[in-house]
Design a binder for this molecule. Structure first.
Ligand code: NAD
Ligand code: ISE
Length: 335
């Protein structure tokens, strides 16, 4: 009998299929034994050899052959699926955003705290990216002194048709920058301001780009450019200004091309390409933790923090003011 972790994947859209590919073709120690999607045809088409396509997510979560769950459905569906996995005592990897409301995030945390230990890992893959990890090591090393500002740019080439609403740059995209700011600066976010510059004509009615200012507990400031329709590629940038120096993410390795357009390097097309190694590493570490019955890295606490920031950012768009982020006390299982 194989001791591979037997996983069920819920949501077989873009990232669900990409994760099924890495779980079946790239990583070891894991088998995808079950899939589910509200679109049954899509689930059947995505099921790897030997996997069973379930017609309901609760059915997949409860199945005896499923030891751990991977949730890649749309954000609003995550709450019920997470609660079912926790009730079943099964380790669960959930794509971001963990939830789309504070109330839902609190329910997930309460359920996990009642269970008594971590089961939930949230898909903030930047924490597993080697460049971000090295950047954090420089900041934590202390030789640059205290971090004062973090400049983050999060640029998507294009908006997937029908996927984006005006809220999504904040509750779907900003959550990554909020999470990585908390990770890099080892601090919580206490307030959010949002400014909306002149609208790009590329996005039609979409509010794009968006400029966000995150106030950290220490007083450090984080500015975030969210562009979801920039056209030229998927461009993630980050630079931390400290008391005694500045540290930034390196350029991605890519061939340097010289031709009639000049000297240039390719920019990744989308998140799949830019963060391919980070997703692999995130699942490598998750498989080890899930086999031991738990989770590692970004927790439900981190998912809750990001949800609060997205909520505050949405309020800040309307108010034009600094909106406070007030977190509850951190439960012991997240320390
Ligand atoms: P998608 O629309 O391509 O796929 C989502 C799939 O979930 C669809 O097939 C849909 O039918 C299915 N679904 C929706 N509700 C469901 C339910 N209740 N039960 C079962 N299936 C359901 O979207 P996507 O781009 O794959 O995004 C999925 C999730 O992953 C989102 O939360 C998104 O924010 C997140 N995501 C994360 C990253 C990352 O970089 N970490 C990248 C892309 C997407
Ligand atoms: C997508 O859902 C992701 O999570 C990507 O990492 C992010 O860059 C993109 O903006 C989101 O739509």
């Amino acid at each position: 009998m194989s001791d591979n972790l037997k996983v069920g994947v819920i949501g077989t859209g873009m990232i669900g299929c990409d994760h099924i590919r890495r779980l079946t073709q790239v990583l070891s120690g894991v088998d995808v034994v079950a899939v589910n999607d509200i679109d049954a045809k899509r689930a059947a088409g995505a099921a790897p050899a030997g996997a069973r396509a379930f017609d309901s997510a609760p059915g997949l979560i409860a199945a005896d052959e499923v030891e751990a769950v991977v949730i890649c459905s749309w954000g609003p569906a995550h709450e019920d699926q997470l609660l079912a996995a926790i009730a079943a005592g099964k380790p669960v990897f959930c794509e971001k955003p963990m939830t789309t409301s504070e109330d839902a995030a609190l329910k997930v945390m309460d359920a996990e705290v009642t269970f008594g230990r971590r089961l939930v890992q949230v898909g903030f893959m930047r924490r597993f990216d080697a460049d971000y990890r090295r950047l954090k090591a420089v900041i934590d090393g202390g030789e640059l002194g205290a971090a004062l500002m973090f400049h983050s740019a999060h640029r998507n080439a294009a908006v997937p048709e029908g996927l984006y609403t005006s809220e999504m740059p904040l509750n779907d995209t900003l959550v990554h920058d909020a999470d990585i700011a908390r990770f890099l600066l080892s601090d919580e976010i206490s307030g959010v301001e949002v400014r909306t510059p002149r609208r790009s004509s590329r996005g039609g009615e979409l509010r794009d780009p968006t400029f966000v200012l995150l106030h950290m507990g220490s007083g450090a400031l984080v500015d975030v450019e969210i562009s979801v329709n920039i056209g030229y590629g998927y461009d993630i940038r980050g630079e931390v200004s400290c008391e005694a120096g500045v540290a930034r993410l390196p350029e991605r390795p890519a061939p340097v091309v010289r031709d009639s357009h000049g000297l240039r390097r390719a920019i990744p097309e989308d998140w799949r390409e830019r963060f391919i190694e980070a997703y692999d590493q995130e699942f490598r570490e998750w498989i080890v933790a899930a086999k031991a019955g738990g989770a590692t890295g970004p927790s439900a606490w981190d998912g809750y923090a990001a949800t609060l920031v997205a909520d505050a950012a949405l309020r800040a768009v309307d108010s034009g003011k600094l909106e406070t982020v007030a977190m509850r006390d951190k439960p012991e299982i997240y320390n």
